[in-house]
Design a protein around this ligand. Sequence first.
Ligand SMILES: [Zn+2]
Length: 361
Amino acid sequence: MPITEYFSPDYAAARQRFQAAAAGAGAALTSHLLPGHAGPSGEALAIDVARLGNARAQAALLVISGTHGVEGFAGSGCQVGLLADRLYEALPESSCLILLHALNPFGFAWQRRVNEDGVDLNRNFVDFSMRLPPSGAYEALHDWLIPAQWEGEARREADAALMAFGQTHGMRALQAAVSGGQYTRPTGLFYGGARESWSALMLARILTEVLPGTVRRLGVIDLHTGLGPAGYGEPILDGAGPAVRERAVRWYGPDVKDLGAGESVSARVVGTMARGIERVRPEVELTYIGLEFGTRPVMEVLTALRADHWLHAQARADAALRSRIQQQMRGAFLSESPAWQAAVYGRTADLVFRALRGLCA
Ligand SMILES: [Zn+2]
C-alpha cells in the first residue's frame, strides 16, 4: 500500500483505518468514547488504543497521535503505517508497543488544535489544586491575537501591533508569549484549561490499565506538526536532568533538542504531558519526546490558529469564511504532498526502531 494511503481524509476514516490495521496485526484494542460529543457527520469520537507484544513487558514504547487534534492527520497516518508495515515484528521479546490513536478526538474530527473545551492538552497537565502558572505575557497580546473582526481594519491594526511586538522584543519572545501556555482566556490560543481534561483522565487510565504494571522503562513518542522546517521531524526532549538527556541523545542521536533548555523550535511551555505521565507512573524511567514535523512557515501557522480561535469565539460566522478557515487549519498542520508524508512516516518509523533498540539495550 502506498504511504499516502496511510493518511486519511478525515477523522472517521482515520479511526476506521487504525482499527482495521490494529485488528490485522492481532493487537489488543481498547476504546474510550468521548461522552456528549460527535463528529461533523455524527460519528462517535474516541481514543483508540492498540497494544502489541509482551503483556508482562519490562520496557514499553508508547506512540501518541492527535494530542493536538488536527495534527492527528499526520500522526494517525504514521500509526497506520507502523501497523500495516508490521513494524511490531521488530519488537524485542521483553517489550510492548502501545499506539494511542487520537488523544484529542474532538479536535481531530473538527480540525482544531484544541479539545472540546477549547483546551490545549499539552498545557493541561498542571496541578489544578495549586496556583496556576502566570498568564501575563499572553494577556498583553490576546486582543491582538483575536481581533474584533477577522477581515478589515481591526485585523490590520492587530497584525501591525503583533509585528511591532516581534520587532521590539524578538520573534522568539513573541512565540514564547503566545504559545507558552495561559490559564485566563478560555477562547484564546494555547489555553491550558481550568480542570483536568477528559483526555488527561483517559491517558491516566491507559497508563494504569493498558501499560503493563511490570514496565520499568517507558519511551514516549508524541507526534506533532506545525513547527520547524517543512518535512523535518525534530525530536523535542521533555524531561529534567542530565541522565534523561544523555539517554535521549544515545537513542535518537544529536538531533535531540531539549525543551527546558530552550533549544527547540518550540518555546518553553508549561503543563506538558510528560508531567502527567510522571505523576501517574512515578516508578517508571521515562524518556519522552515530542516529534515535531514542520509544515508551513510559522507566521502562516499562527495566522491559521488565530483565525480558528476567532471563528469559535463568534456566535455565528459567514459559512464561506468558516469553511475557508477550516481548510486553512488543515493546511497548516498537514501537507498533502506525497514527499512530505513519506518523510514524516519514514522519520517516525526510524525513531520507533531507535527507541526499541534503546529501551531494550
Ligand atoms: Zn502539537
